[in-house]
Design a protein. Structure first.
Length: 329
């Protein structure tokens, strides 16, 4: 069990504190998503934002009423409320143009990949000892846009293939899960490789695989015993705890809004819900920035043989290999 423990990547937090503008990339990515949603809302939905808000509020009220009257109003009362709830749900579904929704999802995914490229480009510069402006990351993402665009297409194709496999019941789900896990591991450093070298997506997949192998060989050479292989780093324990608390709070609030046996002031609940979602995004922005630093650090260490002065090379070595326990003190 001990050989599977991961190393705390505290250096990522230290680097992030020294160059806090890395947080700007994931935060701006959220802003771009919201702007895109605002621009495309009339194409995706027939309902305005206020009409959507009113419909969701009515749906929540009806759900609470069904629970509150479950023991008193009888089957007829519940049936009336259920019909009204079904009508509101159908109204929301009928207002959605799924073709435009898919377009929004695709464009949003492309924005996410470009933003990740910008964040990664900035993280690579920091690990290489360079101090760049916020615009540098976006400049690098624009320079690598053809490669990132093709990577976006590959991501969509792989996602569609995995979804098609998942439709074949249990066997399909298992196969899709195995392939998805293998794909995630194989492409772990792909965007890092694209931003560091400018290679194409196919080359990036090969480089990602080689980076994993090179990191291991850098620690143990060709004689490394894989039974001592560690899973690598874990990031931001405090952030993970905050994320868990926020997720529990989010589900708890949704239960109160839609499942509790009492009426609630929806403007209060929705305000709290919005606050929790914002906090989740901000917390996720910190995690994204730290993971970008870790990927850049491992990649530059494995492929270029250097690290920032603040990072001890033993941290990298211990992240992937745990020597045999000794009985000597």
């Amino acid at each position: 069990m001990l050989k599977n423990r991961r190393v705390n990547a505290s250096f990522a937090w230290d680097i992030l504190q020294s160059d806090i503008k890395l947080i700007a990339y994931p935060l701006l990515r959220i802003v771009m998503m919201l702007v895109l949603l605002a621009l495309m809302w009339p194409l995706i939905f027939d309902l305005s934002t206020s009409q959507m808000y009113d419909t969701v509020s009515d749906l929540s009220t009806q759900a609470n009423q069904v629970n509150a009257d479950g023991d008193t109003s009888g089957q007829a009362g519940q049936t009336t409320q259920s019909k009204q709830m079904s009508s509101d749900v159908n109204r929301i579904l009928d207002s959605i143009h799924f073709g435009w929704l898919l377009v929004f999802i695709g464009i949003n995914l492309l924005i996410g990949i470009v933003s990740t490229g910008a964040l990664t480009g900035q993280a690579i510069a920091i690990i290489r000892g360079e101090r760049r402006s916020l615009a540098y990351g976006y400049g690098m993402a624009i320079l690598r846009f053809p490669q990132l665009f093709v990577w976006w297409l590959i991501t969509i194709v792989v996602g569609l293939l995995l979804q098609s496999l998942e439709r074949h019941r249990i066997v399909g789900l298992i196969i899709a899960g195995i392939i998805g896990l293998a794909w995630s591991v194989l492409t772990f450093f792909s965007i890092t490789s694209i931003m560091a070298t400018g290679c194409g997506p196919i080359g990036a997949i090969k480089n990602s695989k080689n980076t994993i192998k090179d990191a291991w060989h850098k620690v143990k050479g060709d004689d490394g015993d894989l039974k001592h292989l560690r899973r690598g780093f874990y990031v931001g324990g405090a952030f993970a705890i905050v994320n868990l608390i926020l997720v529990i709070g989010l589900f708890g609030l949704m239960w109160l809004e839609f499942g509790a046996d009492q009426q609630h002031a929806h403007h209060v609940s929705i305000g709290v819900l919005a606050t929790i979602i914002v906090m989740l995004y901000v917390n996720g922005a910190f995690m994204s920035a730290m993971w970008a630093i870790i990927k850049a650090a491992v990649y530059i260490w494995a492929e270029e043989g250097r690290l920032p002065e603040s990072v001890d090379e033993s941290v990298m070595e211990n992240a992937f290999y745990r020597p045999s326990l000794s009985l000597k003190s």
